[in-house]
Design a protein around this ligand. Structure first.
Ligand code: HPA
Length: 270
């Protein structure tokens, strides 16, 4: 049995025949979403074969199973970033595990820097596409035919529309933007941000993109939502910092939690 099959067995051994349909990866400081999950049971990553041991403050390192609205969900609280290990496939086993448990849709959330003057810290942004020029592709070394994954419409346009409609219904202002991946852990220079802007990016961050590639490879539908925690380097009054990321993420997390609950509610009524 590979790691993800073993992880699925651990989850089913502990919690019985759980069948989450929706998976969510929670970014730094976004725990308000986890607080809305009812019938919640959590399993530490340390107990799950192949799961990363997060080293970043604000990332709990637990798989949470329960219900959001009427929908069975699985939340990954804590992710592995490229900058922790120099590996871009660190989330492969957790995402395979979500798929193995029954998830069809994966919502990726993150904290990001904004290059859109109108998307201030505390805003939510639906990711419509990404740019990751320097990322070692997480499928390098993979031999399955699906490694030649089509990445046009990687962020499912129907999910973007559904999330946008729910946000409008809840009077949550939400933007759309292209997310550009930088490896971190240092933040970008001001010149890098100007270059990113010229390339067509609206947001910058250090996560999500490898997970999108892996999830698409595995046949999951993907949506991405960024919580803007700062203006990107050179664009705001305060330089980016991890403390600011956690603070601003906490402020917007409630809107994100309401949005994801409404989305899950509808998914459950299909
Ligand atoms: N750059 C990269 N990653 C980030 C930022 C940023 O400005 N803010 C939050 N995560």
């Amino acid at each position: 049995m590979n790691d993800s099959a073993q992880a699925v067995a651990v989850v089913r051994g502990r919690l019985g025949d759980v069948r989450p349909r929706l998976g969510i990866i929670l970014g730094s400081g976004l725990d308000a979403v986890a607080e809305r999950v009812t019938w919640a049971e959590s399993i530490g990553y340390a107990e799950l074969p192949g799961f990363p041991q997060p080293s970043v403050q604000g990332h709990a390192g637990t798989l949470l199973l329960g219900r959001l609205g009427n929908t069975e969900v699985a939340l990954l609280r804590g992710r592995s970033h490229y900058y922790e290990s120099g590996r871009s496939d660190g989330m492969r086993c957790p995402i395979e595990t979500l798929k193995g448990l029954g998830c069809e849709t994966l919502i990726l959330t993150n904290a990001a820097g904004s290059m859109m003057p109108y998307a201030a810290p505390g805003s939510l942004v639906l990711i419509t596409d990404h740019i990751a020029l320097g990322l070692p592709n997480p499928l390098v070394g993979e031999s399955a035919a699906e490694r030649f994954q089509d990445m046009s419409d990687a962020y499912d346009p129907e999910l973007v529309k559904a999330l946008n409609d729910h946000a409008r219904g809840l009077a949550i202002h939400i933007h759309r933007g292209v997310y550009m991946w930088f490896s971190g852990p240092s933040f970008e220079t001001s010149a890098e941000i100007r270059a990113a802007n010229h390339l067509g990016a609206d947001l910058v961050g250090m996560s999500t993109v490898p997970e999108t590639i892996l999830a698409r490879f595995l046949g999951l539908r993907v949506a991405g939502i960024s919580v803007v925690t700062n203006y990107a380097a050179g664009m705001g009054e305060e330089p980016p910092s991890h403390e600011q990321t956690l603070r601003a993420a906490g402020d917007a997390a409630d809107d994100l939690a309401r949005l994801l609950s409404a989305f899950a509610e509808e998914l459950g009524s299909d």
